[in-house]
Design a protein around this ligand. Structure first.
Ligand code: COA
Length: 371
């Protein structure tokens, strides 16, 4: 259908404060099918990608045709080079910044330092840097020296190694790869939309990624999984779940890890991540507790908001999986950025290829001048 707007498009008044139902672009990258609880990345179901591909292989699949691929070296080699470059250029700036910065803020500082030259337009340099920035920010925060990357291992393994200084298990590496691929891309979520808005102004890719990191931080987006574990800790035992959840809802609180703007079914990524738990050793009783909390929460939310389907979202099992893989909860949002950066870079490229300046209007409801 072709819609004809008045010549003065500012007179077009569609008020949608959260932009629900507004389609802002066509994309070949991912489809979030909320009605059917389905996620497709470039023609493949998320269930056929996560748990099957390494992060490196997923990049080759996801970026093809949009971002310059490596001709003379493998994706793994390009990312390894990027890790070394980030350690040399960004980590000294992060170390010099003093103790006051949080992990995420220190990562953003490192990315800013990296993106002041050609790296600002290099999707490999940016994507490869994130594991280094995460591990370094974490260690600087606890007063430990950052560990240099290894060019001979892949991103997931090197990330775990740089965090702890010890060789990770194959199961932990597989869990991180599964997680990073699961969260690679997800339609026009808030951080991706932010990246596209910034890219639409002609700004560099590094600026778009830095802006997207800001949007990801909030608890309604990428900041939810840490609070999921706080909730599980507060509940403590399965028999306390129903009472705790009812009390929280009665106080008007939101249950972290539930609800979604688009999904009206269970978020398919929840099961993809839950499947990853099968090979890990979670703390005693953790998975059983999570399963009871999930059942009770979904039932309580159905009673609480009978007209609004509220189901488990990606963050619930993100929290349980990453905890079982040995990741501290303070690193959950930084790790989300480490995978989603691949989606942001692809959307920047797509925005440049097919988009135009994103500049919605607003309706003025303030006072008018006297004359
Ligand atoms: N717990 C309790 N109530 C919830 C809820 C939750 N997790 N999610 C939504 N609701 C309620 C809202 O309070 C709202 O009630 P109201 O109409 O009385 O104001 C109603 O359901 C509709 O929610 P709405 O705010 O329109 O949903 P949204 O599309 O704007 O928000 C989320 C989607 C994800 C932000 C929201 O579900 C949420 O805050 N979830 C918890 C945080 C989370 O898990 N974030 C990670 C997302 S992947």
């Amino acid at each position: 259908m072709t819609v004809t707007f008045p010549a003065d498009t500012a007179t077009r008044a569609i008020l949608a404060p959260g932009l629900e139902g507004i389609v802002a672009a066509d994309t070949i990258l991912s489809e979030v099918d909320g009605a059917n609880g389905r996620l497709i990345l470039r023609g493949r179901h998320i269930e056929d990608l996560a748990g099957h591909l390494t992060f490196e292989a997923a990049l080759e699949f996801f970026w093809r045709g949009l971002l310059p691929m490596q001709q003379t070296r493998t994706t793994a080699e390009a990312l390894a080079t990027a890790r070394l470059q980030a350690f040399a250029t960004a980590v000294p700036v992060m170390r010099a910044a003093g103790p006051g910065l949080g992990i995420y803020e220190r990562m953003r500082l490192g990315l800013s330092a990296l993106c002041c030259d050609d790296a600002a337009e290099d999707s490999f340099a940016i994507t490869g840097a994130l594991p280094v920035l995460l591990a370094a920010a974490s260690r600087i925060g606890t007063g430990e020296a950052p560990i240099a990357p290894s060019p001979t291992v892949a991103s997931a393994e090197d990330l775990l190694r740089m965090l702890t200084g010890t060789a990770p298990t194959a199961r932990a590496i597989a869990a991180i790869d599964r997680y990073l691929v699961t969260i690679l891309d997800h339609g026009f979520n808030a951080s991706t939309f932010t990246a596209r808005v910034i890219a639409s102004t002609g700004a560099d890719m590094g600026s778009a990624v830095l802006g997207a990191m800001g949007a990801l931080k909030g608890p309604l987006h990428g900041g939810a999984p840490g609070p999921v574990l706080d909730m599980l800790d507060a509940i403590g035992t399965p028999e306390r779940a129903a009472g705790w959840i009812s009390a929280a809802l009665a106080k008007g609180e939101r249950l972290m890890g539930f609800g979604h703007r688009i999904y009206r079914q269970r978020d398919p990524r929840a099961d993809v991540l839950k499947a990853g738990l099968a090979t890990l050793e979670a703390a005693d009783g953790r998975v059983a507790l999570a399963e009871v909390v999930e059942l009770e929460a979904v039932a309580a939310l159905a009673r609480h908001k009978p007209n609004r389907p509220l189901n488990t979202n990606v963050e619930f099992y993100t929290a349980v999986l990453l905890e079982a893989a040995g990741i501290d909860r303070s690193l959950f949002t930084p790790l989300f950025a480490t995978g989603r950066v691949a989606g942001w870079c692809a959307h920047v490229a797509e925005q440049r290829a097919t988009g135009r300046l994103i500049r919605p209007g607003s309706r003025y409801v303030g006072p008018m001048p006297a004359a």
